[in-house]
Design a protein around this ligand. Structure first.
Ligand code: KIV
Ligand code: ZN
Length: 526
């Protein structure tokens, strides 16, 4: 069947280009949760990782290939036999899989990074695409830093890799340098000057260094690209990648202009975005297009007046289209399990009975402490309950004595899964410091805290606070997060999550750790 020219494929690289940016690393179970959410969202291709980067990356790509059905599962490889073979092996259990090979082509990269001449680049790219084709039907090639490559050389590379068997050729703006008109011209040039261009799908991959990743991707699509590489919430190297939710909603909202479609179920955008934000601990800015908290809020009187007359006066998309529910004030302490389940569903989450019971108990406890419960409270409970590392340590009680101008004292009582109950008291420079010292003494695990953040989950004076802590232990990085109306308790539980991940990873080396902080065995791509 001939491909539909109006369909743009969505290639999600949240788990590869997104995950490799600082602070966004995920554990294998987290990657699987994100991959399942992406499949439900309806993306066409999931780039699950870079199998040669580390054993953990290989395992994660392999797990996604085995367990996630629907999209094509892709793995990145440099133009090197070992990388390509590792990718093929990691992917082979996925019914549809793709190897994505890349090699830099720009003069700057050729001279300073690769020390290779133009003809060597073409030879290596062709050999590698052929090698990948021997192991996999579906091969994509990316000339890294394409937007800064001489046009005639880029055209030669593209023609050669298509002849070698690449069925997708991706044009990356690796350093986020191009501007829409120029990038559109580049695509038109390739379509005009590459003899076999109609034998491959053209793809676009943009970074956001100058804030133009979405605009550049859309221009490429207008100029003939039919695959967009993007990430949820735009996470990625440096300033990030093209944001999936923005590019998809631009194509949908301006369908009459673009006359193109995607396979994305757009009302899954918001829950998927929240899931990625919660797992990576990277909060979404309030004013972020499409999925930010303020994206559909109308504050000015004149706007509110217009909205009451007709929503189209000030709204170009409906919140429901991206999966955002209109009601913000929801359940209270008298709400039953059934109403709670319905609300959780409306927010886009499916929980099994066990998970629902656990979250419902937490919801009831929260409803006793908090006057009003907002969607954000429920989302936070669901995301935390599903994502946190459970046990072995749990917090039984936390007492704080703090007066301005003096040291604070914290007393913690912790329970371990093996039955131990440990109580410790410590002084510190403020209540969080005292709590951290007491927890470290009780568990016997002292970490180095690199970053600590607290932010409000919803609004109001009794809003819940989310505490996120990034810490290092034994050369590895860990992240823990927790929410509570009491931010000292949230801070303590976030540290306890880190400690639980450390204990879990000591039992099974890859279960809880995020990424080694010492150098990787191979260089990661951009
Ligand atoms: O930005 C880039 O060039 C990349 C390639 C590996 C596609 O991420
Ligand atoms: Zn990239």
């Amino acid at each position: 069947m001939a491909p539909n020219p109006d369909r743009v494929l969505i290639f999600d690289t949240t788990l590869r280009d997104g995950e490799q940016s600082p602070g966004c690393s995920m554990t294998q179970p987290e990657k699987l949760r994100v991959a399942r959410a992406l499949a439900e969202l309806g993306v066409d291709i999931i780039e699950a990782g870079f199998p040669a980067a580390s054993r953990g990356d290989w395992d994660a790509v392999n797990a996604v290939a085995r367990e996630v059905s629907g999209p094509i599962i892709c793995g990145l490889a440099r133009c090197a036999r070992e990388d390509i073979e590792l990718a093929a092996k990691a992917l082979r259990e996925a019914p549809r899989h793709r190897i994505h090979v890349f090699l830099a082509t720009s003069a700057i990269h050729r001279q300073y990074k690769l020390n290779m001449a133009q003809d060597e680049i073409i030879r290596r790219a062709v050999e590698s695409v052929k090698m990948a084709r021997d192991l996999c039907e579906d091969v994509e090639f990316s000339p890294e830093d394409a937007s800064r490559t001489e046009l005639d050389f880029l055209a030669q590379v593209v023609e050669a890799v298509i002849d070698a068997g690449a069925s997708t050729v991706n044009i990356p703006d690796t350093v986020g340098y191009t501007v829409p008109d120029e990038f559109g011209e580049l695509f038109r040039y390739l379509r005009k000057n590459v003899r076999n261009i109609d034998k491959a799908r053209l793809s676009v991959h943009c970074h956001d260094d100058l804030g133009m990743a979405v605009a550049n991707s859309l221009t490429a699509v207008v100029a003939g690209a039919r695959q967009i590489e993007c990430t949820i919430n735009g996470i990625g190297e440096r300033a990030g990648n093209c944001s999936l939710e923005e590019v998809v909603m631009a194509l949908k909202t301006r369908a009459q202009f673009f006359n193109l479609s995607t396979g994305v179920t757009t009302n899954r955008l918001y829950p998927t975005s929240r899931l990625v934000a919660s797992i990576t601990g990277q909060p979404i800015p309030r004013n972020k297009a499409v999925i930010g908290e303020n994206a559909f809020a109308h504050e000015a009187g004149i706007h509110q007046h217009g909205m009451l007359k007709h929503h189209s006066t000030y709204e170009i998309m409906r919140p429901e289209d991206v999966g955002l529910s209109r009601s913000s004030l929801v359940l209270g302490k008298h709400s039953g399990r059934h109403a709670f389940r319905e609300r959780v569903r409306e927010l886009g989450f499916e929980l099994d009975d066990l998970e629902l019971n656990r979250v419902f108990e937490e919801f009831k406890a929260l409803a006793d402490r908090k006057k009003e419960l907002f969607d954000g409270d429920i989302e936070a409970l669901v995301l935390r309950a599903a994502g946190s590392a459970h046990g072995p340590w749990s917090l039984q009680t936390l007492d704080i004595a703090a007066r301005s101008g003096t040291q604070a004292t914290a007393t913690v009582k912790l329970q371990h899964a093996d039955g131990r109950v440990v109580e410790r008291q410590a002084d510190g420079d403020g209540p969080v410091d005292a709590t951290y010292k007491a927890i470290e003494q009780a568990t016997g695990i002292a970490v180095t805290v690199r970053k600590f953040e607290v932010h409000a989950v919803t609004i109001g004076e009794d809003a819940q606070g989310e505490a996120v802590v990034y810490a290092e232990f034994g050369g590895r990085s860990y992240r823990g997060a927790s929410i509570s109306t009491n931010i000292i308790e949230a801070s303590g539980k976030a540290l306890l999550e880190v400690i639980n991940r450390i204990e879990l990873s000591q039992k099974s080396p890859r279960a809880g750790a995020e990424r080694r902080t010492d150098p990787q065995p191979v260089i990661r791509g951009n």
